[in-house]
Write a protein that binds this ligand. Structure first.
Ligand code: GAR
Length: 196
C-alpha cells in the first residue's frame, strides 16, 4: 500500500477527490497526512476522513529554507512513500525538493510547459489561447519544470472567466492525479525510472 502525504494551501477540492478515491477498499494508496502552509479550508476534508493534519505557516519563518526545513521535519513524521502538492501555492526550497525527489508530484491547471507558475488559468486566458489543459508533474527545483506524468487538453470557451475555466480544469486535474497516484502505487509508473 503506497502511503501519501498531501500538501495544500486552499480549498482542497483536488485533495477531496483523492481522499474519496483512496477510501475505496481496492485503491492501492492511502493518505496518511495532510499539511499546509496556512490555515487552509481543505483541512476540513482531511478531518472528515480522520486524516491527521499539520500546519507549517510560512509567515512564521524568516526564510523559505527555514520553512522548508520544518515542513521536511513534519513530513518525516509520516514518512510517506509519495508527497502530493495539491494546490500548495508556495515554491518549495531546493533542499526539500532534493530530499524527497523524485517522490514528490504536483498538479497544475495548465498544459505544461505552457503557463507555469501561480496563475496558470489566468495566464492562459490572458494569452487568448483556444485551449489550455491540466498536468501532473514530478517536482524539481524549477517552477513547474519537472517531468510530465500526465496531461490533457481542455478547450477555452468564449466568455470564459478565470473562475469558469478553472472549474472545468479541476475535474480533469483530479482524474489525472488519481490515475497517476494509482499507477505509482501499482508500480506501473516508476518515478525512479521515467522514460525521457
Ligand atoms: C488546483 O487547480 C491546482 O492545480 C492549483 O491550485 C488549485 C487548487 O485547487 N495549483 C497551482 O496552480 C500550483 N501552481 P483546490 O485547492 O481546490 O484543490
Amino acid at each position: 500500500m503506497l502511503t501519501v502525504a498531501v500538501l495544500i494551501s486552499g480549498t482542497g477540492s483536488n485533495l477531496r477527490a483523492l481522499l474519496d478515491a483512496a477510501s475505496a477498499p481496492d485503491f492501492p494508496a492511502r493518505i496518511v497526512a495532510v499539511g499546509a502552509d496556512r490555515q487552509a479550508d481543505g483541512f476540513e476534508h482531511a478531518e472528515e476522513f480522520g486524516i491527521p493534519t499539520f500546519l507549517v505557516p510560512y509567515s512564521r519563518f524568516g526564510s523559505r529554507e527555514e520553512w522548508g526545513a520544518e515542513l521536511d521535519e513534519q513530513l518525516r513524521v509520516w514518512n510517506p512513500d509519495l508527497v502530493v502538492l495539491s494546490g500548495l501555492m508556495r515554491l518549495l526550497p531546493a533542499g526539500l525538493v532534493e530530499a524527497w525527489a523524485p517522490r514528490i508530484i504536483n498538479t497544475h491547471p495548465a498544459y505544461l510547459p505552457e503557463f507555469p507558475g501561480a496563475h496558470g488559468v489566468r495566464d492562459a486566458l490572458a494569452a487568448g489561447v483556444t485551449e489550455t489543459g491540466a498536468s501532473v508533474i514530478v517536482v524539481d527545483t524549477g517552477v513547474d519544470t519537472g517531468p510530465i506524468l500526465a496531461q490533457e487538453r481542455i478547450p477555452v470557451q468564449p466568455g470564459d472567466t478565470e473562475h469558469t475555466l478553472h472549474d472545468r480544469v479541476k475535474p480533469v486535474e483530479r482524474r489525472l492525479l488519481i490515475d497517476v497516484v494509482h499507477r505509482i502505487a501499482t508500480g506501473e509508473l516508476d518515478l525512479d525510472n521515467l522514460a525521457h
